[in-house]
Write a protein that binds this ligand. Structure first.
Ligand code: ITT
Length: 219
């Protein structure tokens, strides 16, 4: 997994823990588990661009399958911000608590019905400099006025998920995984890996097919 975010690795490991490829268990390693590789700068304007750039970059350094994901929170009243800037919203020295405080400050005068938001996750699976497949997941919620809950990471304490009447930080990991943007994307990835590992092969179910232009080896 081409990510330095331990929260992402934890959630994806958990979601894929019983998947096998041709009868072999998957071993999932994050960037923290291997010798350091200099990180690429995220310059993309969309989650898709960033996920693809990260995936291709690291897949040239790694012999196995490489999964990168770009994710973030889009708040309607802020014109979709923080979006692709979610991790660095409170730059120059961003962290989760400062990002949350900034979002709440900007929303201070916005009434609850207008505090609509969605989490988005785009995953790109690559192998040796070629994109293999892409998966997208989204989940809608509201931004509450004060953080609640201790689980998860990032903006989870202020993201209220109405169907369960809790913030994501108030949900056990397994429950968040079932409904979250990442959980939805990873369910598609899971189906793809299960088919890819099957003896007869077969096309991905729920994966956006990779066209010849997309799968061309980047220069
Ligand atoms: P990598 O690029 O190394 O994967 P990152 O944390 O910088 O790690 P992103 O650029 O994709 O990753 O930024 C994602 C940010 O969006 C993350 O740091 C959180 O602030 C927010 N985010 C994404 N998924 C989230 C989730 O499930 N719960 C809460 N916040 C989330």
């Amino acid at each position: 997994m081409a990510t330095g975010n331990a929260g992402k690795v934890r959630e994806i490991r958990r979601a894929l823990k019983d998947v096998t490829l041709n009868g072999c268990p998957l071993e999932i390693v994050g960037l923290g588990d291997i010798p350091p590789i200099a990180a690429p700068i995220e310059r993309g304007r969309t989650f898709e661009e960033n996920a693809k750039a990260k995936s291709l970059y690291y897949s040239r350094e790694w012999a196995g399958l490489t999964l990168a994901e770009d994710s973030g929170l889009e708040i309607e009243a802020l014109g979709g911000a923080p979006g692709v800037r979610s991790a660095r919203f409170s730059a120059p020295q961003p962290d989760d608590a400062k990002n949350i405080r900034k979002a709440l400050r900007l929303l201070a005068s916005v009434p609850m019905p207008a505090r609509k938001a969605r989490f988005v996750c785009v995953m790109v699976l690559s192998e040796r400099g070629r994109v293999v497949a892409e998966f997208r997941g989204e989940v809608r919620g509201r931004i509450i006025v004060e953080p609640r809950g201790e689980n998860g990471f990032g903006y989870d304490p202020i993201f209220y998920y109405r169907p369960l009447g809790r913030t994501f930080a108030e949900l056990p990991a397994a429950v968040k995984n079932r409904v979250s943007h990442r959980g939805r994307a990873v369910a598609k990835l899971r189906r793809f890996l299960e088919k890819r590992g099957a003896p007869s092969g077969g096309g991905p179910d729920g994966a956006r097919p990779v066209t010849s232009a997309r799968s061309r080896r980047p220069r």
